[in-house]
Design a protein around this ligand. Structure first.
Ligand code: ACM
Length: 275
C-alpha cells in the first residue's frame, strides 16, 4: 500500500466563550492562520462553548449542512488556507441536534461525524449520532473523527483503524484527566496517529454546576510517542509532521500484526447489542 506525503498538522487549544460564535470563530481563524498547517483540529463545540442549560439555546447556534454562519466561515477559512479543518460544532439536521465534528476541505462539501457516546449532561441537549463513523481522505491522508468521551470506547478507534484510518482527529472538551494517556493507548493498539484538540477554561451551567476543562492537547504517533503536548491551563497551538506511511506499518514486532493477529471469532460479544 503506498503512503501519502507527510503533512503538517496543528492542534489548536482554545477557551471558547459560551454563546459567542463570532468571537470564537475569529479566535479560531487567527490561530489557524498562525499555525499555517495542512490539517488543523479545533476542540469540541469550539464555535459555541459547552455549558448550555437547554436544548433551544444550543439549537440557536447550530450549524446546518446546507450552509450556516459558522460552517460558511470555516469553509472559507479552509479555502483561504488551502488546508483541511476539523472543528467541533452543534449540527441541526433532520429535526435532530447533534454534537458534531465537521471536516472542511478546500473545494469539497463539508462532511460530519455525529458524536456516538454522549457525556454526562449532553443527552439533555443532543441526540446521539446513529451513523457508523467513516474514513475520509485529504492529500493522501486517511482520517477518521471522534469526539471527546468517545475515547473510553476503544471499539470506535478500532473501527476507524479497520476502515483504514491513518489518523484519528479528536475535538474534545475534556473534564476527566485520563483521556490524554488513554489516547496514547488508542494510538498504539491501532498503530494510528491521534490528534486531540482539547479546550481550556471553566464554564458554569445555569444551575451552578461548573466544569473545568483540562487542556493538554496532543499529537501521538503510531508507536505511542507524544510528539506534541500543549500546556494544561491556557490557550495554545502547536504543529507536528505526520507521515501516513508510519500508520500503514501495522507490525508491532517483526512477527505481530496489530490487526491481523486479532481473534475476533473469540470475542464476538464485543459487537453484541446485549451483554
Ligand atoms: C466530553 O465528552 N465532552 C467529556
Amino acid at each position: 500500500m503506498s503512503g501519502g506525503e507527510a503533512l503538517r498538522v496543528a492542534v489548536v487549544q482554545t477557551a471558547p466563550r459560551l454563546g459567542e460564535r463570532a468571537a470564537n470563530l475569529a479566535d479560531m481563524a487567527a490561530r489557524a492562520r498562525a499555525a499555517a498547517a495542512d490539517l488543523t483540529v479545533f476542540p469540541e463545540l469550539a464555535t459555541c462553548g459547552y455549558a448550555f442549560g437547554a436544548r433551544d439555546a444550543v439549537a440557536d447556534l447550530a450549524e446546518r449542512p446546507g450552509g450556516s454562519p459558522g460552517l460558511d466561515a470555516l469553509q472559507a477559512l479552509a479555502e483561504e488556507l488551502r488546508g483541511a479543518l476539523v472543528a467541533g460544532l452543534p449540527l441541526a439536521e433532520g429535526g435532530r441536534l447533534y454534537n458534531a465534528a465537521a471536516l472542511l476541505r478546500p473545494g469539497a462539501e463539508p462532511v460530519f461525524y455525529r458524536k456516538l457516546h454522549l457525556f454526562y449532561r449532553e443527552p439533555e441537549l443532543f441526540d446521539a449520532g446513529d451513523a457508523p463513523p467513516r474514513v475520509h481522505e485529504f492529500r493522501g491522508l486517511r482520517l477518521g473523527l471522534m469526539i471527546c468521551f468517545d475515547w473510553i470506547f476503544p471499539e470506535l478507534a478500532r473501527h476507524l483503524a479497520l476502515a483504514g484510518a491513518d489518523l484519528i482527529a479528536q475535538p474534545a472538551n475534556l473534564v476527566l484527566t485520563l483521556c490524554q494517556d488513554a489516547m496514547v493507548t488508542r494510538a498504539v493498539e491501532n498503530r494510528v496517529w491521534t490528534l486531540t484538540a482539547n479546550r481550556v477554561g471553566e464554564e458554569r451551567f445555569p444551575d451552578g454546576e461548573t466544569l473545568r476543562f483540562t487542556g493538554g492537547s496532543q499529537v501521538v504517533d503510531p508507536c505511542g510517542r507524544r510528539v506534541l503536548a500543549l500546556p494544561v491551563g491556557e490557550p495554545a497551538a502547536g504543529t507536528a509532521d505526520v507521515d501516513p506511511a508510519a500508520a500503514r506499518d501495522k507490525m508491532v514486532t517483526a512477527r505481530n500484526h496489530v490487526l491481523d493477529d486479532r481473534r475476533p471469532a473469540l470475542y464476538r460479544s464485543l459487537v453484541a447489542e446485549d451483554r
